[in-house]
Write a protein that binds this ligand. Sequence first.
Ligand SMILES: Cc1cc2nc3c(=O)[nH]c(=O)nc-3n(C[C@H](O)[C@H](O)[C@H](O)COP(=O)(O)OP(=O)(O)OC[C@H]3O[C@@H](n4cnc5c(N)ncnc54)[C@H](O)[C@@H]3O)c2cc1C
Length: 395
Amino acid sequence: MAVNTATTPKIEGFDPLIKPSGGFEELKRLVIDQGVCSYCSTCAALCERVVMGEDGLPVCGSDLESGKDCTMKMGSLGCSDNGTCYDCCPMISFSVPDMEKSVFGRTREDAALGCYEKIAAVRSKNKKILENAQDGGCVTSLLACALETGMIDGAVVSWRGKDWTPSSGVATDPEELLKSAGTKYSRVPATMTFGSAIKDYRRLAMVGTGCQTTGARRALEGPLKNLVEITSSSKSPLDFILIGLFCFENMSYDCMKKTVESSHGVKLEDVVKTDITKGQFIVHKKDGEKIKQSVKIFNHCLSDSCHLCTNFTSYLADISVGSVGTDPGWSTVIVRTKKGMELFDRAVKAGYIEVQDKVMIDAVKFNFGLKEKHRKQKKEEREKEGEYVPEYGLE
Ligand SMILES: Cc1cc2nc3c(=O)[nH]c(=O)nc-3n(C[C@H](O)[C@H](O)[C@H](O)COP(=O)(O)OP(=O)(O)OC[C@H]3O[C@@H](n4cnc5c(N)ncnc54)[C@H](O)[C@@H]3O)c2cc1C
């Protein structure tokens, strides 16, 4: 059965939606052309025919406009039945409860928080990391611990240029990790880096937002699940740890830059940190001045994917980290899997992080509630227009 309608496909048990895909062409028709691409880059991670175009949207093959060059046989990983790009896209409907059963062995206890083993407030014990980090430096400290104690060989992280141009790569030493600390409020093709990194590294971590960690998780539970050998040189199984960031919304770099420069009246070269707190986009200048503007002025920089997403806490990661819920200078941490607990305990024992129990869960739930409200509004709007809306089996 082909999904030929531009309206939300009616799904029974989700299978009928997943089965009839036509690879990239169908991904383009439902997701890219209908404005719900999250720019996570998972599709480009898994097939060498798919690349991220100049506007940040994925394109495929030599016929870049139509994507018709997709043969559904290509890609270094081999193509799945429906196209790996389609099967792993976080904006293509899938059953999150089924995925949770597969990853965590159960479904979520709490809608906002997802499945978890532990929730805590965390702060790095490393002064340099704290100076460079966004919040409590938890992400960088966990990665430093994983790298320095031999749990991983590299970590997929994001860096920024002088004018905050975002880039993504694999950090393999503490200096590269330290440079990645701090939030860039713009889209980074982290999952694409993960796709190429798995050809060179067997034990990896990846840091990403909800859509990126969902894309990576769909790949790890799908086409990569039983894939032992990706290149002829390596035969050991993939060992992977996903660190998810809380994320309300993300935007294109060009739009963020233009908006900051015109509204805050400052060049990004002169900015040392950006932060979003209590509805304000705060720019920290090199000279110590802080300029605040309502975050709403960035609304035109968002994709519908952010409005349709309720994955505020990156619920498919091994460990999720955010700022909401803890005092300034601390990170809120949700540890979800055994592997996540192993890294967390190791980081405590080896003195990388300090931990407190006090987390304001209601603040996390409040943000999740706002995202639910946005999704409801956007879903209604799009359905009225006969436009595609991804479903996750959560409502
Ligand atoms: C776009 C975006 C929106 C966010 N929105 C919220 C929010 O609404 N509420 C909330 O509580 N928290 C939000 N966060 C998370 C928060 O800003 C911090 O990243 C988190 O608290 C971790 O802080 P830390 O000090 O432990 O991390 P650090 O030690 O400073 O490490 C930060 C890590 O994030 C990675 N990173 C930075 N920018 C990006 C990016 N654009 N894409 C992928 N990876 C990136 C870096 O590679 C680094 O590994 C958001 C993060 C992003 C990227």
